[in-house]
Ligand binder design. Structure first.
Ligand SMILES: [Fe+2]
Length: 288
């Protein structure tokens, strides 16, 4: 506890002096600590692809990621986020990892499933593991919460999302790259060749591997969009496997053309600040 406080105090002071040097001072500190972490941006994107069946026209996927509950992000805010997501009327909800910052130290795990259960998506709720979901022996805690809340965990596996006319798209999910065992070959094994495929991978840099498979889109988180970006210096926090792709849309060309989207996430980790990297919800609308 003492060590932790000392470390946080140190980080805050270091960051504080950095802002002072840049002439931003107390106002900048207050903004990055209190204001920007609460400025949710809702981004709207269209996914247009010839392999999307026409009956999927207008199907809405909402992605949220990296809530890191217990570090700076509170249950109150999380409850509000669930309402915001439901207001967007998603058909499919995907969570791309890092629910709690430290699952084994989080004291309110029993309150999470009832909140997540309120998320409503007629075509299903799907999730994958992030590094923090495995960290601190969290794997079982996370699995229990997500299953109870009605999420299907995609762990090197795939599901077909099927409409009444039997047309379908495929959702694949892999384990985390840092602390798990991601395996795209296993995930894609039983997926029909010619269907539209979306891969969920916590780590965005897996796109370089994924683009050698016939996968159309990859949705990721993990980077927090840099979380704290300073002019002329860039991002202060960039975790491994989010070094190449940090935020937004990319086209990655391996053996196949892969569209990658990197969501900036909701919460914070390591530093209780966001600067030039607002929290984000992404709404994807499918178009045939
Ligand atoms: Fe992560």
């Amino acid at each position: 506890m003492f060590q932790n406080l000392t470390r946080r105090t140190f980080i805050k002071r270091t960051f504080g002096s950095l802002l002072t040097v840049l002439g931003m001072g107390a106002g900048g500190y207050y903004y990055a600590n209190r204001i920007e972490p609460s400025l949710l941006e809702i981004k709207q994107l269209e996914i247009i692809h010839e392999r999307i069946p026409s009956s999927f026209n207008g199907v809405k996927i909402v992605q949220f990621s990296d809530t890191h509950l217990g570090f700076q992000y509170t249950l109150d805010k999380f409850t509000g986020l669930v309402d915001t997501i439901n207001d967007l009327q998603p058909d499919i909800i995907v969570f791309t990892g890092d629910l709690m910052d430290e699952p084994n130290k989080y004291l309110e795990t029993n309150l999470l499933a009832p909140i997540l259960k309120k998320l409503h998506a007629p075509l299903g709720k799907y999730c994958i593991y992030g590094n923090h979901d495995h960290g601190g022996y969290g794997s079982e805690i996370y699995r229990e919460i997500m299953n109870t809340a009605g999420f299907t965990i995609l762990l090197n596996s795939a599901v077909s999302v099927t409409l009444a006319d039997n047309s379908f798209i495929s959702l694949l999910g892999i384990d985390d790259r840092m602390l798990g065992r991601p395996d795209i070959t296993t995930a894609i094994k039983n997926v029909p060749n010619n269907c539209f495929k979306i891969l969920l991978s916590h780590a965005p840099d897996m796109a370089d591997t994924a683009s050698s498979y016939p996968i159309d889109w990859q949705l990721s988180g993990h980077s927090h969009g840099g979380q704290v970006k300073l002019p002329f210096i860039g991002a202060l926090v960039i975790p491994p496997f989010a070094k190449i792709y940090q935020e937004g849309h990319y086209i990655v060309r391996g053996g196949h053309e892969l569209n990658l989207y990197v969501n900036r996430g909701i919460g914070t980790t390591r530093l209780p600040f966001r600067f030039m990297a607002k929290p984000e919800l992404t709404v994807f609308t499918l178009k045939s």
